[in-house]
Design a protein around this ligand. Structure first.
Ligand code: PEP
Length: 266
């Protein structure tokens, strides 16, 4: 089965509202003719509405970088999936290593202690389910730490994350979900994962999806690679059979680099 490539830009905690709109305005004409690649940008929460307006009617969709599993109420600093839909979002990233508190660039033990937002696989799963119910589609991120890879535990870590993160979805939800394999040590480090190894882990994820949700879902599900993807290395990564797109951080902040990555997926 052929899966439509999906390139999403995670702008993280970058750019003011005006800068975000300017980046969206710059990107729009560069990718205007692209119909065979799905495109999304995920600005900061405060820029969502303005960027949503800027990309209205274009082939670029809007996504949030995180969400919560309640619709409203006394949950200080949280954003509900309904609010993301209201701001124009179609997508939401859940389980990014930076919200899980799993960092590749600081001491791993410290990162575990910090676990910045109390995120764990159970909360990632709740967020994904609630996002679906609200009409969003989650991009579910997973990935191993450098220490876990060095200890030969990559497959074990990914399997454990997937077993909880992807649990209990309906068939229709599982068909729609997107998974992002993001080795934590590759995020923001310039140290991209070897394309064959990235493809192997994405293949492992597909096999897990098959076991949990069936062969039809495994065939349909899109699995992105994320971790130091740029305009130079994207083509090789995206040529791999189990890699259906990319979740892009740093390189998504430059319109021309992001447009080149999108072009590489065609
Ligand atoms: C990310 O934020 O998901 C990411 C992969 O970042 P970068 O592309 O900068 O490594």
């Amino acid at each position: 089965m052929s899966r439509k490539p999906f390139i999403a830009g995670n702008w993280k905690m970058n750019k003011t509202i005006a800068e975000s709109v300017a980046l969206a305005d710059e990107l729009k004409p560069m990718v205007a003719g692209v119909r065979d690649v799905e495109i999304a940008v995920c600005p900061t929460f405060v820029s969502l509405a303005a960027v949503g307006e800027a990309i209205e009617g274009s082939n670029i969709a809007l996504g949030g970088q995180n969400t919560f599993w309640k619709e409203s109420g006394a949950w200080t600093c949280q954003i509900s999936p309904q609010m993301l839909v209201d701001a124009g979002c179609k997508w939401v990233i859940v389980g990014h290593s930076e919200t899980r508190g799993r960092f590749g660039t600081v001491d791993d033990e410290l990162a575990k202690l910090l676990s910045y937002f109390g995120e764990c696989d159970a909360t990632v799963n709740m967020k994904a389910k609630y996002a679906f119910e609200a009409g969003l589609t989650p991009i579910i991120a997973c990935g191993e730490l450098l220490s876990e890879r060095e200890a030969g535990r990559t497959d074990e870590v990914i399997s454990a994350q997937m077993a909880i993160d992807l649990d209990g979805f309906t068939k229709e939800q599982a068909m729609r979900m997107v998974i992002a394999y993001e080795p934590v040590w590759a995020i923001g480090t310039g140290q991209v994962c070897d394309p064959d190894e990235a493809d192997r882990v994405c293949g492992l994820i597909r096999a897990i999806v098959k076991k949990m949700h069936g062969a039809d879902v495994a065939d349909a599900v899109r699995i992105q690679y994320g971790g130091s993807v740029n305009d130079k290395n994207a083509a090789e990564l995206l040529s791999k059979p189990n890699i259906d797109g990319a979740l892009v951080g740093g390189a998504a902040l430059k319109a021309d680099a992001f447009a080149t990555i999108i072009g590489s997926a065609r």
